[in-house]
Write a protein that binds this ligand. Structure first.
Ligand code: NAD
Ligand code: MLT
Length: 316
C-alpha cells in the first residue's frame, strides 16, 4: 500500500464542514474557503496546498494541475468527476477521489419526487393557487399504480429509485450493459434491451454517467419508439436526454412531461425547454440535502486520511 503525505487541504465549493473536522481530527490542516477563485487566482492559492476538495463549481483543469506542483490529491465531494481532468491528473501522478455512494439516496429520492410531481402537476398547481386561482380541472393527474417505469442505468441510484417507486405499485423495467438479468431481478427490475423497453414505458428515468454511449440516448429516434405521452426524468447528467429532441417531443405531445435536474449547460441556456409548461426544472438539487452533503464531506475527508496513513486506497 502506498501512502501520500497530506499536510494541508483547501476545501472549496461549500464542502460540508464535516470534511474539515475529520481532517483536523487526524492532524491534517484544512482551510474552508468561500471564495470563488478565477483559474489564475486558484493556481496562486493552491501553491501552498497538497490537497484540494471541490464539489461541482470549481473546475480542476490540466492547467491548474500543471501549475500547482505541490498538489498531490484532488477530492470530489460527490459522484461525477466531470469537473476534474482525471486523465491529466493521473498522467501527473495526482490522485483523484470521489464519494460515489454518499448522495445516492438523496438523488434517488429526488428522482422519485419528480416522478410524483409529474403525475400530479404539483409545481404548476402550487403556482396557480399562489397566483390567486382555484382551477381544479387544469390539474387532473393520474395514478402511478400499475404504470411502468423504465430505468436506464441500473447502478446505485437507478436501483434505489426503482425499489422506491415499486412501493407505489409501479412495474420497473430497465437496461444496463454491465448488469445481468439476475442482478436486476434482485431489485425487482425486469432487464431488457432499450428497444424492448421504449414502447412499454409510461415513465423513463436515466441514471448513467454522461459518456459517448449515453449522450443523446433519448433522441428523436428513441422518443418515436415510446408510448405517446411518455414522461421522462433526468437527475443524472445533462445531455443524456437530447434537449432539442425533448423539446420537439414535448411540442408534438410525444412526450407528456419532463422532470429535469441537470442540463447540457448549467445554468441552462435552453430557455424554451426549462420554461416549457410541461417541464419541471430544478437547479441540480439531487445531492442537495444536509444528509448527503454531510456524508460526502465526511467520506472524502476519511479517504484523504486513509491515503495519508496508507491504510486504504479508493481512487477514481
Ligand atoms: P453508478 O456508476 O452506480 O451507475 C451508473 C450505471 O450506468 C452503471 O451501472 C453503468 O453500467 C450504467 N451505464 C453505463 N453506460 C450505460 C448505457 N450505455 N446504458 C445504460 N446504462 C449504462 O452511478 P450512480 O451513482 O447511480 O449515478 C448515476 C448518475 O447520476 C451519474 O451520472 C452521476 O453523476 C449522477 N448524479 C447526479 C446527482 C444530482 O445531483 N442530480 C447526484 C448524484 C449522482
Ligand atoms: C454528483 O455527481 O455528485 C452530483 O451531481 C451532485 C453534485 O454535484 O454535488
Amino acid at each position: 500500500n502506498m501512502s501520500v503525505k497530506i499536510t494541508n487541504v483547501l476545501l472549496l465549493d461549500n464542502v460540508d464542514p464535516s470534511a474539515k473536522k475529520v481532517l483536523e481530527e487526524n492532524g491534517i490542516k484544512a482551510t474552508l474557503s468561500k471564495e470563488k477563485f478565477t483559474p489564475d487566482a486558484l493556481i496562486k492559492e493552491l501553491q501552498q496546498y497538497d490537497g484540494v476538495v471541490v464539489r461541482s463549481a470549481t473546475k480542476i483543469t490540466s492547467e491548474i494541475i500543471e501549475n500547482c506542483p505541490k498538489l498531490s490529491i484532488i477530492g470530489r465531494a460527490g459522484t461525477g468527476v466531470d469537473n476534474v481532468d482525471v486523465k491529466f491528473a493521473t498522467k501527473k501522478g495526482v490522485i483523484v477521489m470521489n464519494t460515489p455512494g454518499g448522495n445516492t439516496l438523496s438523488a434517488a429520492e429526488h428522482t422519485c419526487t419528480l416522478v410524483c410531481c409529474l403525475a400530479r402537476n404539483v409545481p404548476a398547481a402550487d403556482a396557480s393557487v399562489k397566483a390567486g386561482k382555484w382551477d381544479r380541472k387544469a390539474f387532473m393527474g393520474h395514478e402511478l399504480f400499475g404504470k411502468t417505469l423504465g430505468i436506464v442505468g441500473l447502478g446505485r441510484i437507478g436501483r434505489e429509485a426503482a425499489t422506491r417507486m415499486q412501493s407505489f405499485g409501479m412495474t420497473t423495467i430497465g437496461f444496463d450493459p454491465i448488469v445481468s438479468k439476475e442482478e436486476a431481478a434482485k431489485s425487482n427490475i425486469e432487464w431488457m434491451t432499450l428497444d424492448e423497453m421504449w414502447p412499454l414505458c409510461d415513465y423513463i428515468t436515466v441514471h448513467t454517467p454522461l459518456i459517448p454511449q449515453t449522450k443523446g440516448l433519448l433522441n428523436d429516434t428513441s422518443f418515436a419508439k415510446c408510448k405517446k405521452g411518455v414522461r421522462v426524468i433526468n437527475c443524472a447528467r445533462g445531455g443524456i436526454i437530447d434537449e432539442e429532441a425533448l423539446l420537439r417531443a414535448l411540442e408534438s405531445g410525444q412526450c407528456g412531461g419532463a422532470g429535469l435536474d441537470v442540463y447540457v449547460e448549467e445554468p441552462p441556456t435552453n430557455i424554451a425547454l426549462v420554461r416549457h409548461p410541461k417541464v419541471i426544472s430544478c437547479p441540480h438539487l439531487g445531492a442537495s440535502t444536509t444528509e448527503a452533503q454531510t456524508r460526502c464531506g465526511r467520506e472524502i475527508a476519511e479517504q484523504f486520511v486513509n491515503v495519508s496513513k496508507g491504510t486504504d486506497f479508493f481512487g477514481v
